[in-house]
Design a protein around this ligand. Structure first.
Ligand SMILES: [Zn+2]
Length: 215
């Protein structure tokens, strides 16, 4: 599961600090920084719709040996559109494999028949390979990425970080007391969030129009 830590990127004027050891192995030698990006993607514009990305760059401290695996694992698990599409594709392929397995089990389809025809065979092999390799990669990422940046909060200038170790997360919060304080980093209640207010306004207009048309 791990720990989620909210880190405010504004309002404290302090650089980010890290416990002086590698979050992967605990080593205190050969420490190095690698880049990670907290991103927020939103759709903007009415006449010309475009995807807007805002981001904030972080440096994450690990030892040299774990810099790459921690970075790559984080890339696979982060909540950007690209990584989410990748993970969803893997899970969808696994779902298809499960459906086919169920068909084999219940006799709706036989293994022999599926493998004898070209199209079902290729389909099964492609979907099965993507599902299996993708799942291995995701599981590897979960064990390799001890610290990674998930995303920027949709409505607040707060980055959401994921830590595998509760102890390390506690230490991180202690050395970044201001930036992780409730005053700066706490999650806004949903009814105060701009995205909720926008949604409520649009829903209100639709209901109003609906009521007027319905009369
Ligand atoms: Zn290490």
């Amino acid at each position: 599961m791990g720990e989620i830590v909210r880190y405010s990127i504004v309002g404290h004027g302090e650089p980010i600090k890290w416990p002086q050891r590698c979050p992967c192995c605990g080593g205190e030698q050969n420490l190095t920084y690698s880049q990670a990006r907290a991103a927020r993607e939103s759709i903007s514009g009415l006449s010309r719709i475009r995807l807007r990305t805002e981001w904030y760059d972080f440096s994450i401290l690990t030892c040299r040996d774990h810099a790459f695996s921690n970075w790559l694992g984080g890339k696979i698990l982060e909540k950007t559109t690209a990584a989410t599409v990748f993970r969803s594709t893997v899970y969808f392929c696994l779902f298809l494999v499960a459906v086919m397995a169920l068909q084999f089990a219940t006799g709706m389809r036989t293994w022999h028949e599926t493998m004898a025809e070209e199209r079902p065979r290729i389909f099964f092999l492609v979907v099965g390979t993507i599902g299996a390799l993708g799942l291995l990669l995701i599981l590897w990422a979960k064990s390799a990425a001890k610290v990674y940046v998930m995303k920027l909060d949709k409505d607040q200038n707060v980055a959401i970080l994921h830590f595998s170790s509760e102890k390390y997360a506690r230490e991180f919060k202690r050395v970044n007391m201001k930036a992780t304080s409730r005053r700066l980093a706490d999650s806004m209640p949903f009814f105060m969030r701009p995205s909720f207010i926008k949604f409520a306004l649009i829903a209100g207009v639709i209901l109003l129009v609906g009521a007027m048309v319905g009369r």
